[in-house]
Design a protein around this ligand. Sequence first.
Ligand code: ZN
Length: 214
Amino acid sequence: MADTSWTVHIDQSLLSEARERARLENQDLDQVVQRLLQEWLSSPAATPRAPAELPAGLQVEYIQSPHYEERPPDTRIWAIVIHATANDSMNGVIDWFTDPQSLVSAHYNVGKDGRVVQMVREEQRAWHAGKSQWKGVESVNDFSVGIELVNRNDGVDPYPQEQYQVCLKLCKYLVDKYGIEPEDIVSHRAISLTGKTDPAGFDMDRLRRDVAAG
Ligand SMILES: [Zn+2]
């Protein structure tokens, strides 16, 4: 797809590992980095893959988060969870979702300027919902796609038009692809069993209405 760009960012942990190996094996750092990079890129888990189709005009970068796993067998994707990142910047979110310690991730992040960064493949289970329940079914990560909106989550910080429109496009794309009902586009707040409040100040009813309008 001509209008889709893909970027791979190498995790800091790879560089640390390379430094350590170069030191232990008394080898040239560049060569060790190259070797580790090849190993990393050829491992199935780390190989980014483009979604089969994307809404026209939507640019998506792919940066793999290490925090994901396979969905339970025969799981159908039937919900979308909307989050706010509770921070100010896309780069901060990317750093957090690639930090080996964070143990959190989402499928998509949408910046205030409409920039989209995918971090987990849709068919895999990202770690965004935590302890959660929707329509009586627990562990919403199993059957949902998580979308993070860059926003401070203070109820005052706005969600600009560029961000809203891209979020809407992304939701329409997912709804069409998986047959998701608009009512199953939910806030993290609505499903959280641990008192999450995001996305504060975001109009979920408007999003569901706009998705339903097609
Ligand atoms: Zn959340």
